[in-house]
Design a protein around this ligand. Structure first.
Ligand SMILES: Cc1cc2nc3c(=O)[nH]c(=O)nc-3n(C[C@H](O)[C@H](O)[C@H](O)COP(=O)(O)OP(=O)(O)OC[C@H]3O[C@@H](n4cnc5c(N)ncnc54)[C@H](O)[C@@H]3O)c2cc1C
Length: 268
């Protein structure tokens, strides 16, 4: 049995102080990743700092033109929010397709992006929508946040407090899920904000990435036909028991076309 000390601070300041004072502590959000990794002995923190009692970390609000989602907001709350459905329906749709009901009612947006699983859904939305990650120390642009496989720009002791999403003119997410876990084998989020088009891909490579060739084609002509003869470079894509890199590359383009078609039906 693993022994650890359990802490339940009531503010971000207290959580950050606890974290700073301990060498081997872990933040607990929904526990959907942390607890299985502890059970598998892949993580063995001496201290667990549960964020559940910090009210300021939960909730969905508008700040000016930005949609702001607190780090401890559960996937089910994003999926069911009337505000998210009105301002960024593509994001509500994405959240409604994460995992299963149990995962959606425990998992949080902050936990998801801090973990940065290469097949997670939110990182694609955050990168394509050019969102900003707000932490206990600073604001980090999406392009700087997702550094590599399970790796982010978060420093030791830094806590994600919220994600700030700008409005999009058009946006949509299409995913080809693993039928068991529902994680993306390939997922593509397409967003048009003003004149710029950003396209982010999850599940296909060891890290979420922007598909710049797809962005260029859609910037010239925002239409499904613009992608018809386009393919993506598969060299850096993953091959595993679920799909090889060529198949993932094919799926990325199919998902990109589906996302564009979906985005043209509605705004945001
Ligand atoms: C069966 C199953 C299916 C799933 N399917 C999908 C899927 O289809 N799509 C998908 O995207 N995800 C999927 N997930 C992942 C899930 O949705 C969660 O997002 C993910 O497990 C992490 O979120 P959490 O809130 O549970 O974080 P936790 O497990 O509590 O924490 C994860 C990591 O992030 C750190 N952390 C947590 N919160 C913060 C914070 N605010 N600041 C800094 N660090 C923090 C923790 O210390 C830990 O290292 C699945 C998970 C399971 C178990």
């Amino acid at each position: 049995m693993q022994s650890f000390s359990y802490h339940k601070p009531g503010t971000v300041t207290d959580a950050a102080s606890l974290l700073a004072a301990r060498d081997n502590a872990a933040l607990l959000a929904g526990g959907m990743t942390l607890l299985p990794t502890m059970k598998q002995r892949l993580a063995a923190p001496d201290d667990i700092i549960d964020l559940a009692a910090i009210r300021e970390l939960s909730g969905i609000t508008m700040e000016g033109e930005d949609l702001v989602i607190g780090a401890m907001t559960r996937h089910a709350d994003v999926a069911g929010s009337d505000l998210v459905k009105e301002v960024l329906p593509a994001l509500a749709g994405l959240a409604s397709r994460i995992g299963d009901q149990q995962v959606r009612h425990r998992g949080t947006i902050g936990g998801s992006i801090s973990n940065n699983d290469p097949a997670a859904d939110y990182p694609a939305a955050i990168l394509a929508l050019n969102a900003t990650i707000v932490t206990s120390q600073r604001a980090i642009a999406a392009d700087d946040f997702f550094v590599g496989l399970f790796e982010t720009a978060l420093r030791p002791g830094e806590i994600v407090t919220a994600i700030r999403f700008p409005r999009a003119k058009r946006a949509a997410y299409a995913k080809f899920p693993n039928p068991a876990s529902r994680y993306a084998i390939a997922g593509v989020f397409v967003a048009q904000t003003g004149g710029a088009v950003r396209v982010a891909v999850t599940g296909a490579a060891p890290f979420v990435f922007r598909a710049t060739d797809v962005e260029a084609a859609l910037s010239a002509n925002y239409a499904v036909e613009a992608l018809e003869r386009l393919s993506i470079d598969t060299q850096d894509l993953m091959s595993d028991i679920h799909a090889d890199r060529e198949y993932r590359g094919h799926l990325v383009m199919v998902m990109a076309r589906r996302a564009v078609a979906e985005s043209l039906k509605r705004s945001g």
